[in-house]
Design a binder for this molecule. Structure first.
Ligand code: GDP
Ligand code: CO
Length: 404
């Protein structure tokens, strides 16, 4: 892959947010002779072999809830073979057992492709018992099973990636229509780790465009209603502390992102549609050096890298109510952050009222947060979840050892 070297970054404490990096070639061929690498180069070529090396250490978590089987299969088609795939499904099992259909079709698919896949159901009592055994009961609901939600599925996937000894974890939504886009995202995750180092790096994708039909013609929109607002508020928050107006954040809402498993295990998660923007908030709260950190280690340098993908992004349209939830959820995490200044709170409040997202007399409710997974006893979790972990399809015997 040939990719731009970031030209700028904004820094707050130990957090560096790098400017958007453009991709110039999806495949730039094998390793170039060392003499061709120049100090003043503005682009870098990452050989396919190096990308595969990173992917061999990567787990890709695919959250699923009642998506069409054809879409899920397309997503799996796009994920490069060296990655371990962890499908976390919260599809209903009654009156029709949709999860059984998923299990059957994915397992079949993986046999042909020799893909390593672990398929788990969010409501699997074994997983719930493993969280309880590991002392992390926050994710469990009244019925003692893992709660509904994408964030909860992502947390499950992260722990499983850790137990299975992967170094990186990436997330790819299961409602993507283009396998080629999925393939590109996962290659870009690897490129981000290659460029920025694999210690405490987050890679977030900004879609180049999102095709829509406008007046019977295809229109390639760049920013959605929710991402525009979320990015602006995050940039305002940053500017407040740095004193310089900035537009550096382009991936506030990005569902397509990856990070080191170590970092993912040390971060807090927000529920609902706030999960993605909250990553920014948590990192800025913990590593920004503005307020006392609760779990962050300021000796770390946390790098957030943003890559602009080339494929258009097309996913299942879930309607206007869904967009409204996303706008409210993402702005609520910023509003309720301990970092948010009063003027920005007022601005967010006014914007939500003006847009009709907040009614007379309503206040913006805080989003429920989970503590970081660092409080989970991995050995206990691993022992209790062994039977689920053993259900992996396509794994080679050499790699079945569970690492706790
Ligand atoms: P958007 O793409 O951010 O607008 O939101 P989607 O509704 O498409 O959800 C993103 C992804 O999360 C999709 O792949 C969904 O199938 C998946 N998802 C939604 N809710 C849940 C859930 O409760 N559990 C799991 N595991 N996945 C979910
Ligand atoms: Co979607």
């Amino acid at each position: 892959m040939r990719i731009e070297i970031p030209r700028e970054f904004e820094r707050l404490g130990a957090v560096r947010i790098y400017g958007l990096q453009k991709v110039y070639e999806l495949d730039s061929g094998p390793e170039e002779a060392p003499t061709s690498a120049r100090d003043d180069a503005v682009v870098r070529s990452l050989p396919a072999e190096a990308i595969y090396e990173v992917q061999r250490e990567m787990a890709i978590v695919v959250p699923v809830r009642s998506e069409r089987l054809k879409l899920i299969e397309g997503v799996l088609v796009g994920i490069p073979n060296p990655c371990l795939v962890i499908v976390v499904s919260n599809s209903p099992r009654e009156p029709i057992d949709r999860h059984f259909l998923e299990l059957e079709s994915i397992t079949n698919f993986c046999r042909f492709t020799r893909k390593q896949v672990l398929i788990v159901h969010q409501k699997d009592p074994v997983i719930a018992a493993a969280f309880a055994a590991g002392g992390f009961t926050d994710v469990l609901g009244k019925d003692s099973l893992v709660r509904d939600g994408k964030a909860e599925g992502m947390m499950m996937g992260t722990v499983l990636a850790r137990i299975l000894g992967r170094r990186y974890v990436g997330f790819v939504d299961s409602d993507n229509y283009f396998p080629g886009a999925v393939n590109e995202y996962v290659r870009e995750y690897a490129a981000g780790f290659l460029i920025h180092g694999g210690d405490h790096t987050v890679v977030r994708i900004s879609w180049h465009s999102k095709p829509k039909i406008v007046e019977q013609a295809l229109y390639f929109a760049k920013w959605g209603r929710s991402s525009r607002r979320c990015n602006r508020a995050l940039n305002q928050l940053l500017s407040h502390f740095t004193g310089f107006e900035t537009e550096i954040v382009k991936t506030g809402n990005s569902g397509e992102h990856a990070m080191t498993v170590e970092l993912a295990m040390s971060m807090r998660y927000a529920t609902g549609f706030a999960v993605e923007p909250y990553h920014y908030i948590d990192l800025l709260e913990q590593y920004g050096g503005v307020i006392p950190t609760e779990h962050g280690d300021m000796r770390r340098l946390v790098r957030i890298c943003q890559i602009e993908s080339r494929n258009p992004h097309l996913h299942a349209d879930k309607g206007d109510a869904h967009v409204a939830d996303m706008i409210v959820g993402s702005l609520a995490t910023i509003y309720h952050s301990r970092l948010c200044p009063v003027w920005l709170q007022q601005e967010i409040d006014a914007e939500l009222r003006q847009g009709g997202y907040l009614k007379e007399g309503d206040t913006l409710k805080p989003i429920r947060l989970y503590p970081s997974l660092a409080g989970l006893n991995l050995e206990q979790f691993g022992a209790a979840a062994q039977s689920v972990v053993d259900r992996r399809v396509g794994a080679s015997p050499a790699s079945t050892g569970v690492v706790a």
